[in-house]
Design a protein around this ligand. Structure first.
Ligand code: ATP
Ligand code: MG
Length: 508
């Protein structure tokens, strides 16, 4: 206990405080004078470091933007985290634009959640800092709010998070975005009122064809899927060997065998947009170039019916001494209409400039008559894979029966259908049409049996006509002769094992 005598008087306390404050101010101004500003900052931060309680946690800050460009890790995290929403989450943001398939769910500011990766606990916080009200530096462009994620975990896992967890999130988010993505089908806008020339116009691609629903030889189907999967994974390979990251497919076969359906199945499998290039609408090579350069990465460029979509002037004829004809010469030759659009122009551009200014490009030509194609299109290295879409086989029929009628096992008419299919030529489109005619499986299959019998009869009559010199018109005979190799090839194919089918797929 203090007695009143021992207690310092308020005036002595005040004078002690005043002299201490004066010496502090003197000391501060001396330090400010003598120690340069950067050294002061360094000393302060070192002092702070020693006096701060050390935390075992490390926090990574993932900003929305990285200068002018978006931060990929931020975008990936916002997609990935919406799959990790826990029952504890209290606020979420949802949105949907007319072009999106599903609702978009995102975290609301301030929300936290916990994720576990290979036994490591990771805490995520979504932070939105309010915009600064007074931004005197730039009154016209007030700062918008700053958004970022904070990822906190034990320091000892730093390497694992950076080397493995972050790449895992990037990969996962890509898969989710691909799933959510609405594919587009681009066609040419042919309006001449448009002074900018021809342009691509897009609609949502909602073609339901997938590899599961496609009736084609199983061996061929899996080699196409494998080829596509290998292609999209080989970015580094293409770079290493110095090739443009593109792949070309030639689909050939009679009408209704599923060439266009295969294109849609490829697009759905890879989640690539489709550019449908109708050559008949293009007049000049320069227009073609412009259009090709306007196509995006991760897309499929399709040129359907290449043999008849446009009468492209062939490559230089022998009389021109192997040199390309001058443009004016070509114009005279073809009446000056589409003279300056040439097949060699198309192929050279596709192989050259176009393929080097984009990534993950696929180009597909389809034709009903491979034999009528210009050899320039068929030469090795031009199209990487030639895919033959054949008439419907029994295996293909069973897949269609399961898709259209829900018959997963067998049916009493299957035996007869199998035998008839050995003899008759029907396309999967014709089979599908028959199977759609009735919901009653017996009625639909009987309809198919009738169709197969009719086709078999037509085939037999055709064969007889070829054998006889006297019967049938010349035109009919030529038609049948043209079909004969296809029929023989189909019969041969039915007897081949899956391993043999690889031989029919020319892979460059
Ligand atoms: N292989 C198949 N598997 C499943 N369905 C098929 C198959 N082939 C054709 N179809 C059905 O027939 C319809 C027409 O087929 P598609 O347009 O793909 O044939 P195509 O070979 O492109 O014909 P074209 O040469 O006339 O362009 C498709 O919508 C599909 O319903
Ligand atoms: Mg087609």
């Amino acid at each position: 206990m203090f007695t009143t005598k021992e207690m310092p008087s308020p005036s002595s306390l005040f004078s002690a405080y005043a002299s201490m404050a004066a010496s502090m101010m003197l000391f501060r101004s001396m330090v400010n004078e003598l120690v340069p500003y950067p050294v002061r900052g360094y000393l302060l931060s070192t002092l702070r470091y020693f006096f701060k309680a050390h935390s075992p946690a490390l926090t990574l800050v993932i900003d929305e933007a990285n200068g002018m460009t978006r931060n990929q890790v931020y975008d990936a995290a916002s997609v990935y985290l919406c799959t990790k929403i826990s029952p504890k989450t209290e606020r979420l943001k949802i949105s949907k634009s007319p072009k999106e398939k599903n609702l978009k769910i995102r975290l609301e500011k301030g929300e936290k959640l916990v994720d576990f990766y290979e036994g490591v606990e990771l805490q995520w916080t979504f932070v939105c800092s309010e915009p600064e009200k007074n931004n005197p530096g730039d009154p016209y462009f007030p700062r918008s709010e700053k958004k970022f994620f904070e990822l906190t975990f034990h320091k000892s896992h730093k390497q694992k998070v950076l080397d493995s967890y972050v790449p895992f999130i990037l990969e996962k988010a890509k898969l989710i975005s691909d799933e959510e993505r609405v594919l587009k089908m681009y066609t040419l806008n042919n309006s001449f009122h448009n002074c900018g020339g021809m342009k691509w116009e897009s609609i949502n691609l909602e073609h339901p064809a997938t590899f599961e629903t496609l009736a084609m030889d199983p061996g061929l189907k899996s080699s196409v899927i494998e080829d596509l999967n290998r292609f999209v994974k080989r970015k580094e390979f293409y770079k290493r060997v110095g090739r443009a990251w593109k792949r070309g497919y030639l689909l050939y076969g009679p009408p209704g065998t599923g060439k266009s359906s295969l294109v849609a199945a490829m697009a759905n499998h890879l989640k690539f947009d489709i550019y449908d290039l109708q050559l008949a609408n293009i007049v000049r090579d320069s227009d073609l170039r412009k259009l090709l350069l306007a196509t995006a990465n991760r897309s499929i460029l399709v040129i359907e019916d290449i043999d008849c979509s446009v009468d492209l002037p062939d490559r230089p004829q022998s009389h021109s001494g192997g040199r390309k004809q001058p443009v004016h010469q070509q114009q005279q030759d073809s009446g000056g209409t589409r003279a300056s659009l040439t097949l060699s122009g198309l192929l050279n551009f596709i192989d050259g400039l176009w393929s080097t200014c984009g990534d993950e490009r696929i180009i597909i030509f389809t034709t009903n008559h491979k034999d009528r194609l210009d050899p320039a299109l068929l030469r090795p290295g031009r199209m990487d894979m030639h895919i033959h879409m054949s008439y419907c086989t029994y295996h293909g029929f069973k897949l269609l029966a399961s898709n259209y009628l829900g018959i997963h096992g067998s049916h009493m008419l299957f035996g007869e259908i199998e035998a008839l299919m050995e003899e008759a030529e029907v396309t999967p489109a014709q089979v599908a049409e028959e199977l759609m005619k009735s919901e009653n499986t017996d009625v639909a299959l009987e309809g198919l049996v009738k169709l197969l019998k009719r086709k078999k009869l037509e085939g037999d009559q055709g064969d007889e006509m070829i054998g006889s010199e006297d019967r049938g018109t010349k035109k009919q005979k030529t038609e049948k002769k043209k079909k004969q190799p296809v029929r023989n090839a189909r019969r041969k194919m039915k007897n081949l094992s899956n391993a043999d089918i690889g031989v029919l797929v020319d892979c460059a």
